[in-house]
Design a protein around this ligand. Structure first.
Ligand SMILES: NC(=O)C1=CN([C@@H]2O[C@H](COP(=O)(O)OP(=O)(O)OC[C@H]3O[C@@H](n4cnc5c(N)ncnc54)[C@H](O)[C@@H]3O)[C@@H](O)[C@H]2O)C=CC1
Ligand SMILES: O=C(CO)COP(=O)(O)O
Length: 333
C-alpha cells in the first residue's frame, strides 16, 4: 500500500523486522533508534548489526535518533520498545504524535504495578481514544520473518476499518495479517504466552521432553483463556494465531528469548545469572507478576503463571515447584 508513512519507535529485533515488513509492503518507513551509530548502520549500511546481523534492509527504510523527524506526517505509529519502558518512552513522544495517526502496539507484556495492557497504557498516556489503538500479535519470531519465511499474524482493533488499513499496510508475500476486533484477547494471548514459554524452557532445562511441553502448552492455553474470558475477551481468539499459534511457536522455538531464558533457569542458573547473559527482552520475566496480580484480582486460577513467579522471583527451586503443581487436587479437564 504505497503512500502510507510509518514511524517505528524501537529499533530492536522486532521493531527493525516489522519496519522491513512495512517497507516491503510499500510504505515509506522511518525507524527510531536510540544510538546514532545504530541509526547510521541501518540507513547507510542497510543492516542492523546488533539485532539482525546479515539481514539486508530495504531502501524505503531509514533510521534516525530524532523522534520528531520519525513521527513527522506518520499515518501509522508503531510502538516496539520493552513493555515496562513504554510509559516513560511515550511520555516523551506524545507531544510529537500526529493527531490522527493509528497507534500500533507490537509489544507483548503487562505493565508492572498497574496491571495494564499496552493499549491501555497507550490510551492513558496519549489521550487517544481506544478506536485509534491497535495491536499486532501472532507467531512472529523476528529472525524468521526478517528472513522472509512465511508467517501469519493478527491486527486487533475495536475499529474494524482501522484494522483493515493496517492490514493492507503490512501485507507482503511472506507476511499475512488477519484482522480481529478482540483487542483484549489478542493482547492477553501475547503477554501470557511469554510466561508459558518460560515454563516450557524451564522444563527443557530440567531435561524433560515433548509430553511435558505439550502438557504445558495445553494447560497454559487453558489458563490464558480463563483469564482472558474473565477480562471480556472472545473465547475463539485463544484458538487463533494470537493464542494457540503464538504459544506453539514461542514454546517450541530455540529462537524464543523467553524459552531460552527459562531453559537456563531450569539448568539451575539464578535469575541474575541468566539476566547477565542477554541484552534482549524476555518479557515474561517481568510480566509474570502482573499477570498473576490480574488473575487474582479477577478470581482466576493460573497455576502455571504462579509457578513461574515462584521460580523467577521468590527463589523457589524448580524441582519443588514441579512437585507442587503435579500434586494439586485432581480435577476434570
Ligand atoms: N523479537 C521478537 O521475535 C518479537 C518481539 N515481540 C515483542 O516486541 C516488543 C519489543 O521486542 P524486541 O524488539 O524483540 O526487543 P529488543 O530487546 O530486541 O529491542 C528493544 C528495543 O527497545 C529500545 N528501548 C527503548 N527504550 C528502552 C528501555 N528503556 N530499555 C530497553 N530498551 C529500550 C531498545 O533500544 C531496543 O531498540 C516486546 O514486547 C516483545 O515481546 C513481539 C513479537 C516478536
Ligand atoms: O513473541 C515472539 C514470537 O511471536 C517472540 O518471542 P520471544 O520474545 O520469546 O523471543
Amino acid at each position: 500500500m504505497s503512500g502510507t508513512r510509518a514511524a517505528v519507535l524501537g529499533a530492536g529485533s522486532w521493531g527493525t523486522t516489522f519496519a522491513k515488513v512495512l517497507a516491503d509492503a510499500g510504505c515509506s518507513v522511518t525507524l527510531h533508534a536510540r544510538r546514532p551509530e545504530l541509526a547510521a548502520a541501518i540507513t547507510e549500511g542497510r543492516e542492523n548489526p546488533d539485532y539482525l546481523p546479515g539481514v539486508r534492509l530495504p531502501e524505503a527504510l531509514t533510521a534516525t535518533t530524532d523522534a520528531g523527524r520519525a513521527l513527522d506526517g506518520a499515518d501509522v505509529v508503531v510502538l516496539a520498545v520493552p513493555s515496562q519502558s513504554l510509559r516513560a518512552n511515550l511520555q516523551q513522544w506524545t507531544p510529537l504524535l500526529p493527531p490522527d495517526a493509528t497507534l500500533l502496539s507490537l509489544m507483548k507484556g503487562i505493565e508492572l504495578g498497574s496491571t495494564k495492557r499496552m493499549s491501555e497504557v497507550i490510551c492513558e498516556v496519549t489521550g487517544a481514544g481506544p478506536d485509534r489503538v491497535a495491536a499486532l500479535s501472532g507467531p512472529n519470531l523476528a529472525r524468521e520473518i526478517a528472513e522472509e519465511q512465511p508467517a501469519a499474524t493478527v491486527i486487533a482493533c475495536p475499529d474494524g476499518d482501522r484494522a483493515a488499513t493496517v492490514q493492507a499496510a503490512c501485507h507482503t508475500p511472506y507476511f499475512r495479517p488477519y484482522t480481529n476486533l478482540d483487542l483484549v484477547g489478542c493482547e492477553l494471548g501475547g503477554a501470557v504466552k511469554n510466561v508459558i514459554a518460560l515454563a516450557c524452557g524451564i522444563a527443557e532445562g530440567m531435561g524433560f521432553g515433548d509430553n511435558t511441553r505439550a502438557s504445558l502448552i495445553t494447560r497454559g492455553l487453558a489458563e490464558t483463556a480463563r483469564l482472558g474470558i474473565a477480562l471480556g475477551a472472545e473465547p475463539a481468539t485463544f484458538a487463533g494465531l494470537a493464542g494457540l499459534g503464538d504459544l506453539v511457536a514461542t514454546c517450541s522455538s530455540p529462537l524464543s528469548r523467553n524459552r531460552t531464558f527459562g531453559e537456563k533457569l531450569g539448568r539451575g542458573l539464578s535469575l541474575e545469572e541468566v539476566q547477565a547473559t542477554t541484552r534482549q527482552t524476555a518479557e515474561g520475566v517481568k510480566s509474570c507478576r502482573p499477570v498473576l496480580d490480574l488473575a487474582r484480582a479477577h478470581g482466576v486460577d493460573v497455576p502455571l503463571t504462579e509457578a513461574v513467579v515462584k521460580i523467577c522471583h521468590d527463589g523457589v527451586p524448580a524441582g519443588a515447584v514441579l512437585k507442587e503443581i503435579m500434586s494439586r487436587e485432581a480435577k476434570p479437564e
